[in-house]
Design a binder for this molecule. Structure first.
Ligand code: ACO
Length: 403
């Protein structure tokens, strides 16, 4: 066998794989993904079955603790979470300090990190399992509250306190769309659709944000700080920010007259930075199973809510034109989870800028599960190497002699 340590010491041997296209960073028992066959399973359970039959709370439990909960376990889990849905009143002042147009992902990342200052015991890397569980439950409880508060703040509407008798999705919708002046009851179609979307986004093995959470956590930074880093990683348009970018792109195509071939050609042009947002995936090269479920759900939800959204027609036609094009076929570029999700969020009344926040709500149990696994496996600090390509040694040049 090759002694890597000796080889490295003697030759400076380093493997180089920008973007980690072919490098595993860990072994994991959480999510199985087969990019060629379009298979996705959480802890062995096919995503199709979970999206159809489970509740988001069940899936969160499954991801974090490894098994589907018994009825009493689910009840205890949910009860514990509902105990922590309020955020400290002092945090309201943070919201007031943001400009009205502040992007809610910027607010969310800062608020999640700020939670660590209200619960300083979370900063102790040697806290026991009970304390870790408390932090996990607090995060699951408070993320929807913080997300809804950021929306209310942008609208300059009063924040709605959580209602603990409601389910996880209903409570979030109540905090988003309820008003102190009238009773709000969310449409069950909307609750179901949200439940499905959150499940479909709940984990996706070592993606950019999950890897970020693991690597930040590997320095023993606290869980709040690690999740805040995950929120930031998710914000980018090549990752979770794609759902906002897709709707903006489809709207632009519509306003531009709907010439789909023109936009497909633009995406193919290597001198143009434009890409078809919501197309392509690092791992899925045949189809994204989540996109399949979401495309069908978009039809169902819009139908049940009686909404006719021309953007959905544009999306379907764009998919058709792109998938008839050699460029997309050859590269295995298919619609990903975010191509149709924004259309459902629109139908639910969620504003475009909140789409990536919705993704974060869904991904939270996955991030937590990834972090917990990393801690329990005692993984070493994540610290990649590099191949140095800069200047050789040279002497300092005084300012007056610099050319
Ligand atoms: N439109 C046009 N061309 C594309 C697209 C696209 N959306 N995606 C990839 N390509 C092309 C690339 O230009 C490249 O072409 P080349 O071989 O001629 O150079 C080839 O397909 C391979 O693409 P890479 O960027 O090397 O693939 P990578 O795995 O690094 O990137 C990514 C994957 C980031 C998802 C990419 O497909 C992309 O930018 N898609 C659009 C953004 C998006 O939808 N992101 C959401 C991903 S899902 C998620 O995070 C939840």
């Amino acid at each position: 066998a090759i002694d890597i340590k000796k080889l490295r010491a003697e030759t400076g041997y380093i493997t180089l794989d920008p973007g980690f296209k072919n490098t595993g960073s860990t072994s994991s028992a959480i999510t199985f993904l087969d990019g060629e066959k379009g298979i996705l399973r959480y802890r062995g359970y096919p995503i199709e079955q979970l999206a159809e039959k489970a509740s988001f709370m069940e899936v969160a439990y499954l991801l974090i603790y490894g098994e589907l909960p018994q009825a009493h376990e689910l009840e205890n889990f949910h009860n514990s979470i509902t105990k922590h849905t309020l955020v400290h009143e002092d945090m309201k002042q943070f919201f007031e300090a943001y400009p009205a147009q502040a992007h809610p992902m910027g607010i969310l990342a800062s608020m999640v990190c700020s939670l660590s200052t209200f619960y300083p015991e979370s900063q102790d890397p040697n806290r026991g399992y009970e304390a870790i569980d408390l932090t996990i439950h607090r995060l699951l409880a408070k993320l929807p509250t913080l997300a809804a508060m950021s929306y209310k703040n942008a609208m300059r509407h009063p924040a709605m306190y959580p209602k603990n008798e409601l389910g996880y999705c209903e409570n979030f919708l109540h905090m988003m769309f309820g008003m102190p002046t009238e009773e709000y009851t969310p449409d069950p179609v909307v609750v179901d659709a949200l439940n499905k979307l959150l499940i479909l986004h709940a984990d996706h093995e070592q993606n950019c944000s999950a890897s970020t959470v693991r690597i930040v956590g590997s320095s023993q930074a606290n869980l709040y700080a690690s999740i805040a880093a995950g929120v930031s990683a998710l914000w980018g348009p090549l990752h979770g920010g794609a759902n906002q970018a897709v709707i903006e792109m489809l709207t632009k195509i519509q306003e531009d007259g709907g010439d789909l071939q023109k936009w497909v050609d633009k995406a193919k042009d290597k001198n143009d930075a434009f890409r078809l947002m919501g197309f392509g995936h690092r791992v899925y090269k045949n189809f994204d199973p989540r996109a399949k479920i979401i495309k069908k759900a978009a039809d169902d939800v819009l139908d049940k809510l009686g909404i006719d959204d021309p953007i959905l027609d544009i999306a379907k036609q764009l998919e058709k034109v792109a998938l008839e094009d050699e460029y997309f076929v050859q590269r295995g570029l298919y619609p990903n989870v975010d191509f149709y999700s924004g259309i459902i969020y629109r139908a639910l009344g969620i504003p475009t800028e909140m789409f990536t926040v919705m993704f974060a709500l869904g991904r939270l149990p996955g991030w937590i599960a990834q972090w917990k696994e990393m801690v329990e496996n005692g993984e070493p600090i994540g610290r990649p190497r590099q191949v140095y390509t800069g200047a050789n040694e040279r002497d300092y040049v005084p300012m007056s002699d610099r050319k």
